[in-house]
Design a protein around this ligand. Structure first.
Ligand code: SF4
Ligand code: SF4
Ligand code: FES
Length: 556
């Protein structure tokens, strides 16, 4: 008798897929696991309207706007709370879905004022958009709408104004304060049809990121004191930039109209600030409109005279040339700034190199240390200027045998000439003792936009641009190099710091007047360690970590 045949080997398990297939309205698409149906639909180019879902907040299924049909489930489902699985077939355009959305909109609008023309959220309101996209043309509701006397147009903190007649109880603001800020100031008060969102025990909404509650509010129930009713949002132009408030380097949109900056909004970068901004950085927007130095001035004896910019630059160059002849280049001191771009600090260091001067430095200012939540972790800033790391990378530290800023401020060395590339640097610019030390030089030149003790003490003052008026790159505390673009031109004769520095370089026999920040970045790539892979495309795409640095915050 022959031995029984060995059992057939088990079929190998099907290979594990990295993606899931979801069929939207008959069209299959591959999506990564771990997202919900709203996000999956977005990848397929399909919009599922929603209010309460936010990609970084817990899912609560509160608003019922995201209703869809799912094959095999008899009742209509909320897309935000439905876990995705392979093969799920979803319908987003059936009559049942359309009627459910319209009914939900009618329900939400029962108590919502129908006065978009006088609401400051108009133009960026999800309720307005979804009413247009998914609601009915007419309301069947004739009764009086709910009023919230005492809870309308009322400040609930230093920055946020609440108007509960507009609230749709989506809880995004409550979840932001609990889950991101971790401070939990907001809660629901009262019950049923009288429910409203307010602060616990009337304590203010005053966490460091409080205005983000207004960002996440999909309607006009929370707005910021600083921006509300100043401009219609569709009138504003958005320019990608980087917050000047600290060296976390949060990504912002500068929003301006007719060369006036009206607000900063967060610009999504999951590796840095995700969807958020701190209040301090956000409300620096207004400071960009200040202009106190509007022309070049040159001191002649006890007189301060107006001058054209090239003549004022030539005056600085001639002082440098004559000092080199009498005392050598080591009698000159160049001070860069963490508020200037990589390109500008690079140009300043190259000018110092060109004349053979190793005395250069940058102000260290740890006066405002901030924190910001990226998608995956908290980032700690350690400098009040956006580009401290970049200024150091560009070579603004004393060269061999050279002097630094503390040598000057502590009286160990008195230079003949001090060139301050950005006079708006921290408290030192208004500290009489520190200004006195810098003024100890025979000749003091500064570039500035706002006046301070240093500009008043200077022999030559050059009118310089604001962040909104120039382009360049900053390197943040993580080592991420990020691009900021120009929103509008500086008012003549003010010029970007890099243009003023190029004028000075050319007057001293170095550089090319036609260089642009992009041309300077080409040189940085060739000369500065770690910057060789920071291409223009990488900068435009959200920034790149300098080579050799550990990327700890996940890809953008
Ligand atoms: S105030 Fe805005 S974010 Fe907060 S629950 Fe109301 S609608 Fe939602
Ligand atoms: S954390 Fe720093 S970079 Fe970010 S918004 Fe605040 S000040 Fe600006
Ligand atoms: S977004 Fe799904 S219920 Fe609100």
């Amino acid at each position: 008798m022959s031995a029984p045949a060995p059992p057939a080997p088990a079929a190998p398990p099907p290979p594990k897929k990295d993606t899931l297939t979801i069929v939207f309205d008959g069209k299959p698409i591959e999506v990564p696991p771990g997202i919900n149906l709203i996000e999956a639909a977005k990848l397929a180019g399909i919009e599922i309207p929603h209010f309460c879902f936010h990609p970084r907040l817990s899912v609560v299924g509160q608003c019922r706007m995201c209703l869809v049909e799912i094959e095999g489930i008899p009742k209509i489902q909320a897309a935000c709370t439905t876990p995705i699985k392979d093969g799920l077939a979803v319908k987003t355009t059936t009559q049942k879905v359309r009627e459910s959305r319209a009914a939900n909109m009618e329900f939400l609008l029962i108590n919502h004022p129908l006065d978009c023309p006088i609401c400051d959220q108009a133009g960026e309101c999800k309720l307005q958009d979804n009413a247009f996209g998914y609601g009915e043309q007419r309301s069947r509701y004739d009764e009086r709408k709910r009023q919230y006397a005492g809870y309308d147009r009322t400040a609930i903190g230093p920055h946020v104004v609440a108007d509960m007649t507009r609230c749709i109880q989506c809880t995004r603001c409550i979840r932001f304060c609990q889950e991101i800020a971790g401070t939990g100031e907001l809660t629901f008060l009262d019950r049923g049809g009288r429910t409203l969102v307010w602060t616990h025990d009337g304590k203010p909404l005053a966490n460091d990121w409080s205005a983000c509650a207004a960002d996440v509010c999909p309607v006009g129930a929370l707005t910021t004191k600083e921006f509300r009713f100043r401009r219609r949002v569709w009138d504003l132009k958005k320019t990608p930039s980087v917050c000047p408030g600290c060296n976390i380097g949060c990504n912002i949109s500068i929003e301006d109209r007719d060369s006036v900056v009206y607000r900063f909004l967060p610009r999504l970068n999951p590796a840095v600030n995700d969807y958020w901004l701190c209040d301090y950085g956000r409300f620096l927007s207004e400071s960009l409109n200040a202009r106190e130095i509007s022309k070049a001035t040159v001191r002649e004896g006890s007189d301060v005279r107006d001058a054209i910019v090239p003549a004022a630059v030539e005056r600085i160059a001639s002082e440098i040339r004559s000092t080199i002849e009498t005392d050598g280049p080591s009698a000159i001191f160049f001070l860069g700034s963490a508020h200037l771009s990589n390109e500008e600090n690079f140009l300043l260091r190259k000018i110092a190199d060109h004349i053979g001067c190793g005395n250069r430095d940058v102000v260290v200012d740890r006066s405002r240390v901030r924190r910001m939540k990226s998608k995956t972790e908290w980032i700690e800033g350690d400098h009040a200027g956006a580009n401290y790391a970049g200024a150091r990378d560009m070579g603004l530290s004393p060269g061999p045998g050279g002097h630094g800023l503390t040598d000057v401020l502590e009286g160990r060395w008195i230079p003949q000439i001090v060139v301050v590339a950005d006079a708006s640097f921290a408290a030192a610019a208004d500290d009489a003792e520190k200004v006195g030390r810098l003024r100890g030089a025979r000749f003091l030149a500064v570039a500035a936009r706002t006046a301070n003790s240093l500009t008043r003490a200077a022999d030559v003052v050059l009118p310089a641009a604001s962040l909104a008026q120039k382009e360049g790159s900053f390197t943040n505390v993580q080592g991420r190099v990020q691009w900021f673009q120009r929103a509008f031109l500086p008012p003549p004769p003010a010029r970007a710091h890099w243009e003023l520095l190029l004028l000075l370089g050319v007057a001293l026999g170095w550089g090319d007047r036609n260089w642009t920040p992009a041309a300077v970045r080409t040189q940085i790539r060739e000369e500065v360690e770690g910057y060789d892979e920071v291409t223009e495309q990488e900068l435009a795409g959200g920034g790149l970590m300098k080579k050799g640095l550990f990327v700890s915050t996940g890809a953008v």
